[in-house]
Ligand binder design. Structure first.
Ligand SMILES: Cc1cc2nc3c(=O)[nH]c(=O)nc-3n(C[C@H](O)[C@H](O)[C@H](O)COP(=O)(O)OP(=O)(O)OC[C@H]3O[C@@H](n4cnc5c(N)ncnc54)[C@H](O)[C@@H]3O)c2cc1C
Length: 385
């Protein structure tokens, strides 16, 4: 390359490449990707299967500084999605239902909730970008760009398809079909309570009353959000939530049977301090998430016709919740993808090379988080390794 050429001369005629991007999934990773790409001047449409957004992945979500900074750069002030700005994790030892000892740790980030973050993101998507009720069912090409197929028979072309469609991603099933979800043998039971265990609660609290059990609780607007990890056989999961764990990857409030509710209440009565058990009992809105494993990803980018498809967020690799990396990975990958596409659009960077550079940078972090989950689970006595 002639180093005497001025940057403008080197890049003249290569800027402003048009690129249409289809983002599949309108939860967290999808909207972050779309907002970043819109900022880069790229045409984006987000296709979301559900007609109405509902919290799926997690209630309370810890975001580390890189993810927080990405949101900052999108001009989303933290007050829009962080209701309690505590960085403290209270790790409380519990014996015979009494707190015995508390260790304070500092989390390098802040806690948000799915509804707060999703609302903050969705509110910033310009009209027409998010198309709801559009379930992707297939991806083809006819010696041209990738073509998305939707459940209602519509088709849409795009130069780049970004699958951010979560744990049971159609993108992963189409592009990387050998990586199947495996049930890890325990469930994150979740509740959004309208009461709190202590009136002055501000911090994230973690209790491990015995091996094989963990209870996390933190304040959220209007009450608290708790997660109770308990072992559960596949047969019991099916009885309690109506389908096998790898099929019903989220048990929503309508799937929670009275038996599932009683199971959680009984464990709270046996294991948790009475004030926390009382909050569990009083919680009307409950959900459950089976903890799932998957083989680590070996790639994030696929050529499709004369375009590409990529996987990111939970679509690439759902990770165990204890890693607290799912949403962080998705946001960091989205920011990296936007950087690569910006280099292509503005400066004519070779697109396949830019995408592979992005993959090289982000794949190891995703692999590490997938591998870390069973290690943490093992330490807690949760699930099988
Ligand atoms: C108990 C618990 C605690 C957690 N704590 C943390 C934490 O502290 N920190 C952290 O970083 N992460 C945490 N996570 C993980 C985090 O919640 C997820 O990683 C995150 O929500 C994934 O976001 P996503 O947008 O990639 O996928 P999802 O939120 O699963 O969204 C996928 C979207 O795609 C849509 N979709 C699916 N299929 C299709 C289709 N065929 N066509 C069109 N749209 C489709 C879905 O409707 C959905 O809206 C936690 C998870 C749990 C369960």
């Amino acid at each position: 390359m002639d180093s005497n050429l001025a940057p403008t001369a080197r890049t003249s005629g290569v800027g402003n490449r048009r690129l249409t991007v289809a983002v599949i999934g309108g939860s967290l990773t999808g909207p972050v990707t779309a907002l970043l790409l819109l900022r880069a001047g790229i045409d984006v449409t987000v296709y979301e299967a559900t007609p109405v957004s509902a919290p799926l992945g997690g209630g309370l979500i810890g975001l580390e500084h890189i993810a927080l900074d990405v949101l900052d750069r999108l001009d989303i002030p933290q007050r829009d999605f962080v209701a309690y700005d505590s960085e403290t994790i209270r790790q409380v030892a519990v014996r015979d239902r009494q707190p015995t000892h508390t260790v304070l740790r500092t989390y390098p980030g802040r806690n948000t909730t799915w509804p707060l973050l999703h609302r903050a993101l969705a509110a910033r998507l310009p009209a027409g970008v998010l198309r709801k009720g559009m379930r992707v069912t297939g991806l083809t090409h006819h010696a041209g760009p990738p073509i998305l197929h939707f459940a209602d028979g519509q088709t849409e072309p795009a130069d780049l398809v970004v699958f951010a469609d979560g744990r049971s991603s159609i993108g992963r099933r189409l592009l990387d079909p050998d990586r199947k979800l495996r049930y890890a043998g325990y469930v994150a039971h979740r509740g959004i309570a309208t009461s709190i265990p202590q009136p002055d609660m501000r911090d994230f609290v973690r209790m491990e009353p015995c091996p094989g059990v963990q209870f996390n609780v933190a304040p959220v607007p209007g009450g608290c959000d708790w997660t109770f990890y308990l072992g559960c056989t596949p047969a019991t999961y099916e009885q309690h939530f109506g389908a096998a764990p790898t099929r019903r990857v989220f048990a929503l409030p309508q799937h929670i049977t009275p038996a599932a509710r009683a199971h959680v209440d009984e464990h709270a009565d046996h294991l948790l301090p009475p004030d926390h058990a009382a909050v569990v009992h009083a919680t009307a809105t409950r959900m459950a998430v089976p903890v799932l494993d998957i083989d680590p990803p070996t790639r994030m980018v696929w050529p499709v016709g004369d375009g590409h498809a990529v996987l990111l967020g939970d679509a690439l690799a759902p990770v165990r919740p204890h890693t607290a990396r799912g949403a962080n990975n998705g946001i960091e990958q989205a920011a990296g993808l936007a950087a690569a596409l910006t280099q292509h659009r503005r400066y004519g960077a070779n697109l396949p090379t830019a995408l592979h550079g992005w993959q090289r940078r982000h794949l190891p972090t995703a692999v590490a988080a997938v591998q870390q989950g069973p290690v943490i689970g093992d330490k807690l006595g949760l699930g099988a390794r």
